[in-house]
Design a protein. Sequence first.
Length: 225
Amino acid sequence: MNRLNISEKTKAKYDLFVTAYLQSFNGAKAAIEAGYSEKTAAQQSTRLLTNVYIKEKLDFELKRLRERMAEEGSRAFANLLNTFLEVEEKLRKHDEAQMNIAESEKVIHDINTSLFPMYDEMEKVKKKYDKTNGNSNRPLKQELGEELERLEFEIIQLERTKRPYDFSISQSRDYIIYPRDWEKIATLKMNLLKDILDRGGFKPSDKVELEGDVSLEVIVDYGDD
């Protein structure tokens, strides 16, 4: 798993984050326990959960957890965990989308900051170009025409650089959770996590019913096991 080019010190910090995350499934809390600043913990957790090494280690540890549950005959517990992970993934994608939108909007803002004066300059050059008439002004008109072409070319190139970021923002919005749904999903996650921790000792129950996840009712049947 350490085939990636990371130092042993960084790897140890990543491992600590994974261990802490698997105990609470709270990214910000895990980041703090791994030694990151409290002020940037939420942002750091979002970045850490997209790190290749951490994602692979989390997948590995969760696979082991599922296998252990299966070996112990806790099908219901595994189903509950899978439901929790689906909710956690939805929240993680929301955080990633928010970060991506913010970064993309900043790039677009910087590009626009360069574009606005170029549009102003092109307008000024165009006015001068339109006022040049007669043979005596032909050299000036040619010079202004060439300047117009240069400005138009540079503006087109800059406008093109915005397209991938506009597309990225459009895609990211599909993963944004609206405020009216956030409380439902956060409550669902809290209830699922509480149930998972409570059932660490496999206490008997016929089923668990949790309402949340926007408009869905999540029911996990425990059957005869």
